[in-house]
Design a protein around this ligand. Structure first.
Ligand code: HEC
Ligand code: HEC
Length: 233
């Protein structure tokens, strides 16, 4: 937990500077970080923007994906933010690219500048400055280390505890069985990737009115993910 304390201390020190900057939007920091995290997931769905058609220049030529998929931050840096050192160290998502975990506690302005640089190539037409600031804030202050919440690939959370949160917060849209949304896969069928589920449950689904549980304890998100993994497929 020493790492957590260090990040908290840096985050606190930085929030003083950020507080002095002009407001970027009407939301507070928790809102901005969750929005940034949704941009990390699939920015054009959040922004209702056209998706890129070319394959990203930094994506490996022998990689398994092409076009828009290669512009999602998560495709190169992973749901666990650990890139080639995490879940994407092998398999069809392997790129060999490092993660972003090392930038936790970093300077959001420097992170935003990095994303505008030639290697990343995110233009203002793709992601406007105010939205890029949300994304950089997520990288700097919003990353969790999901590893302690994963055991044998599944959530290590308490599914029985997660059930109450699911029924209270999620079931109105998703149904008690996770199958209520038409044209969407049952939640039980998509819940297998624990680190992906942690990201989505903490931050919400890009472009949807779905709430993120970031304002609650991370353990609660892990409990909900454990419950999702028990739902019918
Ligand atoms: C097509 C692949 C690709 C995509 C998509 C991508 N990046 Fe990167 N990113 C890279 C590469 C390559 C590096 C440089 C890694 C190195 O220095 O070894 C990098 C580095 C970074 C770093 C610095 C990490 C460090 O510790 O030095 C951050 C932060 C980052 N990217 C954030 C993002 C964000 C946020 C997005 C989405 C808007 C994104 N990246 C999308 C390929 C990608
Ligand atoms: C306001 C309605 C709403 C609420 C409340 C809501 N969601 Fe969602 N959620 C959606 C919509 C809409 C989608 C997108 C479905 C689609 O088209 O794939 C979605 C997508 C998801 C996905 C991604 C599914 C996939 O195919 O990748 C997960 C996981 C998820 N929700 C879990 C939850 C959990 C857990 C909660 C409660 C903490 C929750 N949702 C609350 C509306 C909601």
């Amino acid at each position: 937990m020493r790492m957590g304390i260090t990040i908290t201390a840096i985050a606190l020190a930085m929030s003083v500077q950020i507080g002095a900057a002009p407001a970027q939007d009407a939301g507070g920091e928790a809102w901005a970080i969750a929005r940034g995290a949704q941009l990390y997931d699939k920015w054009w769905a959040v922004l209702k923007a056209p998706k890129p058609e070319d394959t990203h220049a930094a994506y490996p030529a022998d990689g398994k994906y092409k076009a828009d998929a290669t512009w999602r931050c998560k495709e190169c840096h992973g749901w666990d933010y650990k890139g080639a050192e995490g879940a994407y160290s092998k398999g069809k998502h392997f790129t060999g690219i490092k993660g972003i975990a090392g930038m936790a506690g970093g300077d959001p302005a420097a992170i935003a500048a990095l994303l505008r640089g030639e290697a990343h190539g995110y233009t203002t037409e793709m992601i406007p400055d105010a939205e890029l600031a949300n994304l950089a804030l997520f990288v700097a202050k919003g990353q969790i280390d999901p590893t302690p919440y994963v055991a044998d690939g599944k959530s290590s959370g308490d599914a029985a505890a997660g059930k109450a949160y699911f029924e209270g917060i999620c079931a109105g849209c998703h149904g008690l069985d996770g199958k209520k949304i038409k044209d969407a896969d049952p939640l039980g069928a998509v819940a297998g990737n624990t680190v992906e589920m942690m990201h989505k449950v903490l931050n919400g689904q890009p472009g949807e009115a779905m709430p993120g549980l970031r304002v609650l304890d991370t353990q609660i998100a892990a409990d909900v993910v454990a419950y999702l993994q028990t739902l019918p497929q």
